[in-house]
Design a protein around this ligand. Structure first.
Ligand code: AMP
Ligand code: MN
Ligand code: MN
Ligand code: MN
Length: 293
């Protein structure tokens, strides 16, 4: 999506990952790659951690790119795992840092639970391998790679299909907070709460509308209209959902690893006309930065 603000027009990518969570590049390398792809405004949105933000921020000076504070929080809605992106919050907010430290702890314990559950299926323990693959706390993609590396499965796709994907034995989700809780955390830190990749949950239109209602009621402000894996029809439908509910529109590649063209940094279609783009609601200090003040 483009940010056209006064005299400037910048390409924005408001959702991506580094190896602070389950991405393949360091935070600094993500910033460099984004700049090479023509991105002018980037939000690094690692899963449940702000650990990559200082390194990403330090790399922006050399690349002439603006960093927006970001995070992607895992949560539950009627027992289903949902992701909520937080943008433009105060990264120094002590309360937010505290709840995210709690999420890290939850992820540590969850990694142990995933390993135990896999072992109950007769698989070898791969917790050590998964930990070695992660710069931070290992998540399901690290377990998937560890299962490949130890020869249990042929590829990560098979690892998710057999053991880690939705509803499989290694899909441990009970540890996540409720949807309304994570929206509240983001709002209290001064951020904007965005429902991430709404079409990826495989919900019927009726159920998705219920999710959007619940999200809106909890204080959620925007939908990710543009995301890797969303078709034009998906984006069109989400645009209407934004309009119907007075929600703003966001977009991001959800980049994790180089060499996967469908989720390259910055590679996104134009945001459809209609809803307010989310960047118009960034804090005044952030808007000023983007305008080069
Ligand atoms: P976790 O945060 O540990 O629950 O892991 C979820 C992450 O795994 C997502 O953010 C994706 O990066 C990745 N993922 C989820 N489902 C799949 C899948 N079917 N194939 C490959 N990667 C997946
Ligand atoms: Mn991920
Ligand atoms: Mn996600
Ligand atoms: Mn993501």
């Amino acid at each position: 999506m483009r940010i056209d603000d006064g005299a400037r027009s910048l390409l924005a990518d408001l959702h991506c990952h580094s190896n602070a969570s389950d991405g393949g590049l360091s935070p600094a390398a993500v910033v460099t790659r984004a700049a090479q792809q023509g991105v002018g405004v980037l939000a690094l949105t690692d899963h449940d951690t702000l650990a990559g933000l200082p390194q990403a921020q330090a790399a922006t000076a050399a690349e002439g790119i603006h960093l927006i504070s970001g995070v992607e929080l895992s949560c539950l809605w009627h027992g289903q795992t949902i992701h909520v992106v937080g943008l433009d919050f105060d990264p120094q907010d002590v309360g937010f840092q505290r709840v995210l430290d709690g999420q890290s702890q939850v992820r540590h314990e969850r990694a142990g639970t995933i390993d135990e559950r896999l072992q109950k299926q007769g698989l070898p323990s791969v917790l050590g391998e998964a930990r070695a693959l992660a710069a931070g706390v290992p998540g399901r993609p690290h377990f998937a790679q560890a299962l490949v590396d130890t020869g249990v499965v042929a590829g990560t796709r098979q690892a998710f299909q057999r053991y880690l994907g939705t509803g499989k034995v290694g899909d441990v989700a009970t540890c996540w907070p409720e949807l309304a809780t994570v929206v509240k955390w983001i709002r209290e830190a001064g951020g904007i709460a965005i429902l991430a990749h709404p079409r990826r949950y495989r919900l019927t239109n009726n159920k998705l509308r219920k999710l959007v209602d619940a999200f809106h009621e909890a204080g959620g402000q925007a939908l990710e209209v543009l995301s890797a894996g969303h078709s034009r029809q998906d984006s069109g439908y989400l645009t209407r959902l934004c309009m119907d509910n007075g929600l703003w529109a966001s977009g991001g590649s959800d980049f994790h690893w180089p060499g996967r063209p469908w989720s390259e940094l910055g590679r996104l279609p134009v945001l459809p006309d209609g809803p307010e783009p989310v960047w118009r609601h960034f804090r005044e200090t952030t808007r000023g930065r983007l305008q080069g003040e």
